[in-house]
Unconditional design. Structure first.
Length: 178
């Protein structure tokens, strides 16, 4: 199924591992927190690679057949499918000392969008502060690799920060084409 209207198989996973740990103005993170987050990312990327190897193109392809067909129909009608993810290792949650990981993913159909236009917006971290204001106060590109781009947002959401004034959130975009 090509949700972006192209026949070639392409995967765009705007995977947001929003790491809501502390106000953006806070001190450095503890080394064990950073190490646990990096471990979570590695485990999540391994799960994503397994999904691709098993021909699970989008997160909804992991759903049981009946539910998957229902969600695909809803997405085609313009609804957005959002799901909280919990990467586990050996069936257990990955512990993050002094940290909290919010890992969410979503699927939506954008009528008339092309893969190239969608990637251009997703990868333009330097401009996300303008595209998504007032929710994103600052954004910057952290890293680019061949199939992975990471960016950082300083946001001012009402609910997600739980009484804090600002949150820092790290986002990754992974692309895969066959």
């Amino acid at each position: 199924m090509a949700l972006f209207g192209c026949k070639a198989r392409a995967l765009v996973t705007a995977w947001a591992a929003g790491w809501l740990l502390a106000p953006a103005r806070a001190a450095e993170l503890k080394p064990e927190t950073v190490a646990a987050f990096d471990h979570y990312i590695q485990a999540t990327e391994a799960r994503m690679a397994e999904d691709l190897a098993e021909d699970r193109f989008l997160i909804i392809d992991r759903l049981p057949d009946g539910r998957r067909q229902q969600v695909y129909a809803q997405v085609r009608q313009g609804q957005i499918h959002i799901e909280e993810l919990h990467t586990k290792e050996d069936g257990r949650s990955i512990r993050v000392p002094s940290g909290l990981i919010h890992d969410w993913t979503g699927v939506m159909f954008i009528r008339g969008a092309t893969l190239a236009k969608t990637l251009a917006v997703l990868q333009d971290y330097e401009n996300h502060k303008n595209i998504y204001k007032p929710d994103v106060r600052e954004s910057k590109l952290l890293e680019t690799q061949r199939k992975r781009i990471q960016g950082l947002f300083a946001t001012l959401p009402q609910v997600a920060c739980h009484r804090r004034r600002e949150c820092e959130s790290r986002h990754s975009i992974h692309t895969h084409r066959e």
